[in-house]
Design a protein around this ligand. Structure first.
Ligand SMILES: [Zn+2]
Length: 273
């Protein structure tokens, strides 16, 4: 069956908008997916804030993070994160790199992430840390060179999330929705964990067994579908729904033409009283 690339691009642009709308990403960070028809390629937006990403923004890359066709637009400098993880982990089909504020207190202190509620299990139990300085010394802190991306992918190992000291987080998933689910709920967990640490240093973590079982909620229940529908609704309510054809200006102009009919009716109703 032929892959519907139009629908795939729409889903990936929605994924970028969801992680932005849920406070995981701001102007920086990105969500990619492995190409559904060619495992040696992946799709990643041109360089722009994820909340604005449209289906037409995606660039196709090989696993060396080189564009298949030289684009006329600027590209994300940290795209090697995606390429090197796809290269190292055949079962990973989506990657998100972010600098979520909820994680920053952990990343600044090197504090382990621990799942403190069932949905936080999707981040794993004590996911690995990676510090760019350990292997590369002083850098501008961006993961731009293939060897830096490969080092990060090695640190990720078989986990689903790697914490990057003094920088951010990289999350992997078996699908775009799986990756977004892990991003949103690990960020919730980090927020709760940091807040819990302000009132006590005894954090009640899930056990290893509980983490494994609760982490399977993504693939074994309707939780993923339910969450995706909820997050999509929130994006639409915020006015950020992905357009079938990117014509936002026309849409706004149409909305502006509406006449204030309701106001006139209210006036006449008041006169009758
Ligand atoms: Zn980064």
């Amino acid at each position: 069956m032929a892959t519907n690339l139009v629908e795939i691009r729409r889903e990936l642009s929605l994924a970028n908008r969801i992680v932005a709308n849920e406070g995981v990403i701001d102007a920086f960070g990105h969500v990619s997916m492995r190409h559904p028809d060619n495992p040696n390629r992946y799709l990643l937006s041109r360089s722009r804030a994820p909340e604005l990403v449209e289906p037409g923004d995606f660039i196709e890359y090989d696993l060396e993070s080189q564009p298949i066709r030289e684009p006329s637009v600027s590209q994300y400098s940290e795209r090697v994160i995606h390429g090197e993880i796809y290269k190292a982990r055949p079962e990973v089909n989506s990657v998100c790199h972010h600098h979520c504020p909820a994680f920053m207190p952990l990343l600044a202190t090197g504090t382990d992430y621990v799942p403190i509620f069932h949905l936080g299990a999707v981040g794993g139990i004590k996911p690995p840390y990676w510090d760019q300085h350990d292997e590369f010394g002083d850098t501008n802190m961006l993961v731009c060179k293939p060897e830096e991306g490969a080092s990060l992918a090695r640190a990720l190992g078989s986990h689903w999330m790697v914490l990057m000291n003094r920088h951010g987080v990289t999350v992997a998933g078996t699908s775009v929705k799986d990756c977004v689910f892990r991003c949103v709920y690990s960020a919730r967990n980090a927020d709760y964990q940091v807040r819990a640490l302000t009132i006590g240093d005894r954090i009640a973590s899930l056990s290893i067994g509980e983490t494994e079982m609760a982490g399977n909620i993504v693939v074994q229940t309707t939780g993923l579908t339910r969450s995706w529908e909820y997050w999509s609704m929130r994006v639409a309510k915020s006015g950020g729904a992905v357009a079938a054809e990117a014509k936002p200006a026309k849409t706004r102009a149409t909305a502006a033409k509406k006449k204030p009919v309701v106001k006139a009716k209210k006036k006449s109703a008041a006169r009758r009283k």
